[in-house]
Ligand binder design. Structure first.
Ligand code: NAD
Ligand code: UDP
Length: 325
């Protein structure tokens, strides 16, 4: 079997990527162990004969044919990647080795979904790709941050040592439909809390900042990077440079949902980065890419999605509740 391989294709970003590739009439092979992804994300794609789904853990070698590889498999929310940190590191390192060995054998392009977390709690603001970062190597986030950093090292060493055509994209906080409602990430948490008129959980004083990119813009950046010539490796930041504090985000979600929720303040998790904003000049020069979705508009679409999901029979059944419950 051949086609475009998407590891982590059952997840939030992966399922949007699979959908986008199918729209381009590509054959798609989705590989996922469904540890944080959901069958719900890819169920509609199963009807398409160009889509194939393989339940597999990327810490184990991949024996298949592919024309291009996107490596997205990895738990992405701090709540999920800290449940089994050793497995998170293994997924990053062994997973990278397995996709790189496959790309080497097949002589195909391989794209790594890296992260703004490689910059840690940054001392340079906004973050350009030539900033080396400020990461605590022994902290609770290290399994993810250092795992992703080492995966980048492996990608660049496979390029230098074996001439593998690698692509590295550093993804900044991305949101949109198909985030898991219990994912723990801030946009999903705030929207679900607001839709239930529950209090909004601000960690710390809420002055820490993030820059939120809508999923469609992000996918455009990934596909654009894959289309670059074989010798273009990156890394390239993909994210929306409009920066907002977590507190302002909470207030915006309350406004857009019309909720009666109040902001409540809770301890800040350790090593939580204080600020984050991508410098996207390289993405613009290389890919002519910049995001087009404004935060208000993207949040409104995401709120619509969660509203439908929370009311759906399927979701109530999954939670063990009756549709009316
Ligand atoms: P997600 O958790 O929704 O998706 C990850 C997918 O990978 C899930 O379907 C999960 O089941 C699968 N997976 C995890 N471990 C696996 C393994 N060992 N073998 C096979 N499948 C496995 O997260 P997402 O937000 O869609 O993130 C996708 C990728 O993008 C991740 O690599 C993440 O690090 C990266 N990223 C995402 C963001 C973001 O804001 N969404 C930001 C930076 C980087
Ligand atoms: N956050 C928060 N309340 C929540 C979830 C997250 O205040 O219910 C904060 C979190 O402490 C961080 C920011 O929102 O400062 C973004 O968190 P997320 O887990 O979405 O992503 P990351 O920290 O990996 O950027």
């Amino acid at each position: 079997m051949s086609g475009v391989l998407v590891t982590g294709g059952g997840g939030f970003l992966g399922s949007h990527l699979c959908e986008r590739l199918l729209q381009e009439n590509k054959d798609v092979i989705c590989v996922d162990n469904f540890s944080t992804g959901s069958a719900r994300n890819v169920a509609p794609l199963l009807e398409n004969p160009s889509f194939r789904l393989l339940q597999h853990d990327i810490t184990m070698p991949l024996h298949l044919e592919a024309d291009e590889i996107y490596n997205l498999a990895c738990p992405a929310s701090p709540k999920h990647y800290q449940i089994n940190p050793v497995l998170t590191t293994k997924t990053n390192i062994l997973g990278a080795i397995n996709v790189l060995d496959l790309a080497h054998r097949l002589k195909v392009k391989v794209l790594q979904a890296s992260t703004s977390e490689v910059y840690g709690d940054p001392h340079t603001h906004p973050q350009p790709e030539n900033y080396w970062g400020n990461v605590n190597p022994i902290g609770a986030r290290a399994c993810y941050d250092e795992g992703k950093r080492c995966a980048e090292t492996l990608f660049f060493d496979y390029a230098r040592q074996y001439d593998v055509p690698i692509k590295v994209v550093r993804i900044f906080n991305t949101y949109g439909p198909r985030m898991q409602p219990d994912d723990g990430r801030v946009v999903a948490n705030f929207i679900v809390q607001a839709l239930r008129n529950q209090n909004i959980t601000i960690y710390g004083d809420g002055r820490q900042t993030r820059s939120f990119c809508y999923v469609d813009d992000l996918i455009e950046g990934l596909v654009g990077m894959m289309a670059t010539p074989a010798d273009v490796h990156g890394p390239v930041n993909i994210g929306n440079p409009v920066e907002i504090s977590v507190r302002e985000l909470g207030e915006l979600v309350i406004e857009l949902t019309g909720a009666s929720s109040k902001l409540t303040f809770h301890p800040l998790p350790t090593d939580d980065p204080r600020q984050r904003r991508p410098d996207i000049s390289r993405a613009y020069e290389l890919l002519s890419w910049s995001p087009s979705m404004a935060l208000r508009e993207g949040l409104a679409k995401t709120i619509d999605y969660f509203e439908g999901l929370l009311k759906s029979d399927q979701y109530q059944v999954l939670r063990g509740l009756s549709p009316a419950g």
